[in-house]
Every structure is written in C-alpha cells, then in structure tokens.
Design a protein around this ligand. Structure first.
Ligand code: GLU
Length: 434
C-alpha cells in the first residue's frame, strides 16, 4: 500500500461508521489494497454521489395522516445508470442505504452490466399496513423521488419486503407523471414488474436460481455432487424459496429454515414445495410446519449441514456464531450477511464463502434482461431467459474463481478486485471533469 492510500484509509476510518457501512468499507479497502488502486479513484469510490432523503405524508385507511421517511442513495454511475432495489424494513436508514448502494456498484460491475449502483427504501414495517395503504405509500414515495429516478438514470427493483406489485405501482405512478407521449416509453424505470406490465418471465426466480447455480458451480469445481447434501436457508422469501427449489431438484436436502417468525428443522429433510404451500396459507410464516421441530433462533446457523444460505438480512454471521458453523460452504443470497469479523473466522476454518456480489447477482442480471426487453419492445421466453442467466452467472463465477486461484485470495476479495478494476478503467479512460 502506498503512503497516500494509507492516509486515505485513516481518513475514512476516522469517521465513526457502524454496521453494514463498516463492512462494505473494509471489504472495499482490502481489495483496493490488493490491486493498489489509484488513490484518486479510491477517494471517489469511498463516497456516494447522491443521497436523497424524502419525508412524505400519506393518508391512512382511518383518515389519519402519517409521515414516512424514504431514501435513495446513488453510489456511483461510472459504468451506467444507478441500479438497485428498494426495501421496506425498519432497519432502513441512510447508513444501510449507503452500504447497500455500494454493494450494488460492485455487483453490477462484476456482472459486466452497463450499470452503476444505488439502493433505497422506506423505514417501515410493511406488515403493519393494509394493501391499499402500502399502495398509497409506494405511489407517494415515487412521486417524492420524482426525477431522481428514471429509466436511463436510476432504475429501482424489488428488495426485502417489496415485490412485483410494488414495482407495478412505481412504474404506473412514474409513467403517469410524464408528458403523455413519453408515458409508455418509461416502463423500464423499474425492473421486477409483473408479467403483464413489462415484467420478465423468470425474474421472480432469477436471484434464487443464481444462488443455486453458484452452489452448483462450486460443487463442480470441488469435484463433488449436490445429491444428498444437507442445506439450511435463512429467509424463505423470493431468494430463499427459489434457491431451495432448485437445490432440491438436484437431490440436495433442506434440513432447516429460519424466517422472521421463527426457525424449524428436520434432519431427515423438509419438502420445499410443501413448506412453500404451508407458508402461503399461514400468512407467510413457516412456524409449526408439520413434521418439523422448532429451533432456538440463536442456534440456527450452528445446525448440522453442508451448505448454509443466508438469504435474509445483513450482519447475520458474526464472531458470535462463526466458530460454531458446521457448513463447509456459505452461499450469500442476502446482501452483507457475513460481517468482516465473522468472515475472518470462517476463512481461518477453511470454510468457503460465495460472496453476495457474485452469489445473488442473478437478480440484477435478470433486471438487466427486463430493462433490455422493455427498451427494445421485445418479449422474451422463459427458457431463453434462464439460458442467458446461466451463461452470465457461469462467466462471472469462473472469472472470480480463476482470479482467486491466481492471486491466492479468497472469493470475496477476488470478486471485489475484478469489480473495482472495471470501474477504475472507466475513470482512467475518461478522466475527471473538468
Ligand atoms: N435487490 C436486488 C439486489 O440486491 C436486485 C437489484 C436489481 O435488480 O436492481 O441485487
């Protein structure tokens, strides 16, 4: 590391940063050190371009007015429009949005997409609101964001607790506020829309499929089969469910699941489809699934298994539980599920981590296909989408795996180095205005 970069590291460290931001900065700085990133580019990438905070009023079903706080952080757009999800969760704040936006920058760069990184959301527990309240909250949030989003500027997508319905409301609100002749041409302001509203066949399963593919590629490289492998999943939403669905098809056995409502296990195997049907009729909860026993929430990650898939929130694998993890592979379906201290312990123990920016990138790759489909006025078929996704995930996986071997680094460092170098190249070619 040069003296200049050492100084910069000290500067970024002086600001008290907590939680996810601390993690992403540590990950970034250690990769930047490895590639000896030019200090000017390190400065640029250490900070977000724009941070939008909006407070907006919404009328509730009972006639009362509530004020909500929404965020959109645009980290970097050197490679193209900002891209990333909107989440509805009580943990959403400016710090979380910054960290998640940064991860999107690395993710889209690594995937070779023409996008930068952004993220946002509303600090809200959506389970406390009716569907019509959520619709008004979403539409009012979109209106408040106004021209800070746009199909060639910043393109949101689903994330924790948002889905295709949320995206349909955003698209409709955004399009309604455009001049009449431009309305339908703005459909690709968001991705992850429902099928009849410009959505992509297969976008629903794209993230989970990508998680499964990453695990499959790892198994192939390790000369092992997934048949009979035991896996546990934290989060049984879109990502966790689809990853489990594809793994089960490959002969792997789901032995434990945790969601926001509780944890269950059965070492003889849990049927993914039965659990999915059960959760559908049980308000989305997996608790009390027949033929399973309840597990202490704190013990979840220490359960016996070969593969562990954290597919919920950040900071789940930490120094508190990393020593007791039995899995040999962690496949990060969520963003930032393993913190830096947890990761250090896992790596010392010889456990492989397929990092989030690679493992869950199937989602944003699917988003890119949807965006292209809308932009070109096309409608793609499911088999075509899945084949393209397969190809893209394989390219990224091989790139990261080869880099890690050649440079003797872990997979996360490899993924970050590749991602940062692509952005570095763009800055070197274009220079800094003026
Ligand atoms: N929210 C997803 C992610 O974290 C998808 C983002 C997108 O498709 O833009 O990668």
């Amino acid at each position: 590391m040069t003296t200049a970069t050492a100084d910069l590291k000290k500067v970024t460290k002086k600001v008290p940063i907590i939680g996810m931001m601390d993690n992403v900065m540590e990950q970034f700085n250690s990769a930047a050190d490895h590639i000896n990133l030019h200090q000017s580019i390190r400065k640029i990438l250490s900070i977000t371009n724009n941070e939008i905070l909006v407070n907006f009023p919404v009328k509730m079903d009972n006639g009362d007015v509530e004020i909500f706080t929404g965020y959109r952080v645009q980290h970097n757009n050197a490679l193209g429009p900002y891209k990333g999800g909107l989440r509805y969760h009580p943990t959403v704040d400016i710090d979380a949005a910054r960290a998640l936006a940064m991860w999107m920058t690395w993710k889209t760069s690594l995937a070779g997409l023409p996008y930068g990184g952004g993220k946002g959301g509303i600090k809200i527990d959506p389970s406390k609101y009716s569907q019509s309240e959520l619709e008004r909250i979403t539409r009012r949030f979109t209106f408040a964001l106004a021209d800070n989003i746009g199909p060639e500027h910043d393109i949101p997508a689903p994330d924790v607790n948002t889905n295709s319905q949320t995206m349909a409301w955003i698209a409709d609100t955004y399009m309604s506020t455009r001049p009449p002749a431009e309305r339908t041409a703005n459909q690709h302001v968001v991705t992850g829309k429902p099928d009849a509203s410009g959505g992509l066949e297969g976008r629903d399963r794209a993230t989970g499929y990508g998680v499964y593919l990453s695990i499959k590629f790892w198994a192939d490289k390790s000369n092992t089969s997934l048949d009979g492998k035991k896996f546990i999943v934290q989060g049984f939403g879109n990502v966790g469910y689809w990853a489990a669905h594809f793994l089960e098809k490959e002969g792997a056995k789901l032995v434990a699941v945790q969601d926001a409502t509780g944890s269950i296990q059965n070492q003889n195997g849990i049927s993914v489809e039965d659990l999915f049907k059960y959760s559908q009729i049980n308000d989305g909860s997996i608790v009390n699934f027949p033929d399973s026993k309840t597990v202490d929430t704190k013990k979840f990650f220490t359960l016996d298994c070969d593969i562990c898939i954290p597919a919920a929130l950040g900071n789940q694998i930490t120094k508190e539980n990393a020593h007791q993890i039995k899995a040999r592979l962690i496949a990060e379906g969520a963003n930032g599920p393993t913190n830096v201290e947890g990761e250090k312990i896992l790596l010392e123990r010889g456990i492989t981590i397929i990092p989030d920016i690679l493992c869950n990138s199937g989602g944003v790759v699917g988003s890119y296909f949807e965006w292209l489909q809308n932009r070109n006025g096309e409608i793609w078929q499911l088999d075509e989408v899945m084949a393209k996704l397969d190809k893209k995930m394989k390219e990224s996986f091989n790139k990261v795996f080869d880099y890690a071997i050649n440079e003797t680094v872990d997979l996360r460092t490899a993924a970050f180095c590749i991602a940062i170098q692509r952005i570095e190249k763009a800055y070197i070619q274009r220079g800094i205005f003026p």
